[in-house]
Design a protein. Structure first.
Length: 546
């Protein structure tokens, strides 16, 4: 019985196996067929994406009408601007708007460059996106491109995150049913079109913006780009890299949009050279926020003016700030920089001073600078170290402590940061951390006369030079100057260098303050003036003895 059952089971299993084989083969064939169909569909989709299409053509006004966007009275001033840029017919009212914001007649031909100086929330980014879409979707650049080459509409800002603001507007516009068929691929930082043009995001760098055939370039908030020769990516060099890329493209447009800031940099130079110049092929447009976007409530602007009239004049009124200027002259800094000197090793018989700018390790760099007193009254910068985030603060403190000990230093002054944290961490390594008596703004002001009088020797460190050049002097309401880095800038190395040169090697260690017998540091300015009741000659004698 068991044998019969086992035989029946064997026969049944064999039959089931054959059926399973047939089913498997059938399913495999179906899978292959589905794969072939899927691959064919994918290839067809790829071919469709690669198939060139005709640009839409027409004018930017017609594009706006097709999209049904940027319409209504609140956009009237912007349409006057766009018509002026592309030399389209203007009504009498629009001609008056152009004259009011350019102080010149409307151009008789499309301009090569347009510089837009408009207050906050004026609509600059949305209009810049519309221009980028028009150049990419309506202009025909195919005859200018070699096989495999793509035309580019480049959107640039100080960083990628800021540039993506305009790119997001661009991507939204290409979702419109009239524009969507032009899209070949959507990428994180670009959108490729079947017209042979790509709209893509770039950071403001003269190194990475070369070699493109540019149908257009949109420069966002250019007033806040680095502006000086000491900067790693000065705005002048970025523009010098961009302009040749547009030279071979008829009708290419450089559009710069920004809220104004200090009276320097390419935005200020464009305003100085071309604003109100009827003969120029560069159009400069300046307008306060509510002139371009009347939906902004007047009360918002009025409150800003009441809080800070000077800042509001720039932020909402499109006026370049008069209260902001560069602290250091780049030529003066170059004159006190020793070419090729990156650092100086510890030397026997030399007394050093050090300054640290601490950081928690997630946002800012942590820096250390060491200096000594050189010949005469010269303060010599020996070493600057920077550790960029992210990092472990404890590990950086340990490394800085080893450097300090190598220079025979058991004490370091530093920025007043995070209460007792740096004091305790440096103490664990045998180093006394003393919070600086002067805030960094005062340290920078004290360093200025030393630089101008050539009483310092700086290291040939590009990042240090860029940060010093980028420092700005602002006049506060009470009339007192404050010094800090520009918006979006950094000054970690500059703070450490100024701290050691001023609080250390360039300052008299102590003097007895009249009346209370207390001890405190004497700043460079007090040394020159003779602080309090102390005789200036005695002060200088004390410094010489030191």
């Amino acid at each position: 019985m068991w044998a019969l059952a086992g035989g029946w089971h064997a026969v049944n299993s064999s039959r089931e196996g054959r059926e399973a084989d047939v089913t498997f083969k059938h399913n495999r064939e179906r899978a292959r067929e589905a794969g072939r169909k899927g691959a064919a569909a994918k290839h067809a989709k790829d071919r469709a994406a690669r198939t060139p299409v005709e640009p839409l053509g027409g004018t930017i006004v017609e594009l706006g009408q097709v999209l049904g966007l940027f319409q209504g009275p609140s956009w009237a001033s912007w349409w006057a601007f766009l018509k002026a840029v592309f030399a389209l017919p203007l009504t009498a009212e629009e001609q008056a708007v152009v004259a009011a914001h350019t102080e010149r007649p409307a151009p008789g031909a499309p301009v090569a460059e347009a510089w837009v100086i408009v207050g906050r929330r004026g609509g600059k980014s949305r209009v810049a996106a519309l221009v980028a879409v028009f150049l990419a979707a309506c202009r025909d650049a195919r005859a200018l491109l070699s096989p495999g080459e793509r035309g580019v509409v480049m959107v640039l800002a100080a960083d990628r995150q800021q540039a993506r603001v305009i790119l997001r507007y661009v991507k939204a516009l290409f979702e419109h049913p009239r524009l969507a068929p032009l899209v070949a691929r959507r990428l994180r930082d670009a959108i490729e079109l079947k017209t042979g043009v790509t709209v893509e995001v770039h950071t403001a760098s003269y190194r990475t913006t070369r070699g493109y055939t540019l149908v257009g370039a949109v420069l966002d908030e250019i007033a806040f780009w680095p502006t000086d020769e000491g900067s790693a990516e000065p705005d002048t060099e970025v523009l010098a890299a961009l302009r040749p890329g547009m030279a071979t493209v008829p009708g290419a447009l450089l559009l710069a949009v920004s809220t104004p800031y200090a009276r320097r940099g390419e935005l200020w130079r464009a305003f100085e050279r071309h604003y109100g110049r009827a003969e120029s092929d560069v159009l400069v447009w300046r307008a306060e926020t509510r002139a371009m976007n009347p939906t902004i409530a007047a009360g918002v602007v009025a409150r800003a003016v009441a809080d800070d009239p000077v800042a509001a004049a720039a932020e909402w009124g499109a006026e370049f700030r008069r209260d902001v200027s560069a602290l250091f002259d780049p030529e003066a800094l170059r004159a006190v920089t020793v070419p090729g000197r990156r650092e100086l090793p510890p030397m026997a018989g030399v007394s050093y001073a050090a300054f640290c700018d601490p950081s928690g390790g997630s946002q800012d760099s942590m820096t250390l600078a060491i200096s000594h007193r050189g010949a005469g009254e010269t303060a010599v910068l020996d070493l600057v170290l920077e550790v960029r985030p992210p990092f472990s603060p404890d590990q950086v403190v340990a490394e800085f402590a080893r450097v300090l000990l190598a220079y025979r230093l058991r004490e370091v002054r530093g920025d007043r940061y995070a209460a007792e944290w740096p004091v305790e961490r440096f103490r664990a390594h045998g180093i006394t951390y003393r919070p600086a008596e002067l805030p960094k703004s005062d340290l920078y002001r004290e360093l200025l006369p030393l630089v101008n009088a050539a009483r310092v020797e700086l290291l040939d460190q590009p990042r240090l030079a860029a940060q010093l050049v980028g420092l700005e002097r602002r006049v506060a309401r009470g009339g007192r100057d404050s010094v800090d880095h520009a918006p979006g800038g950094r000054d970690d190395l500059a703070n450490a260098a100024a701290g050691t040169l001023v609080s250390g090697a360039a300052a008299v260690p102590f003097f007895v303050a009249p009346g209370d017998g207390s001890m405190r540091n004497l700043t460079t300015g007090e040394v020159e003036a003779g602080a309090g009741a102390v005789d200036p000659d005695d002060v200088r004698a004390m410094r010489d003895l030191w």
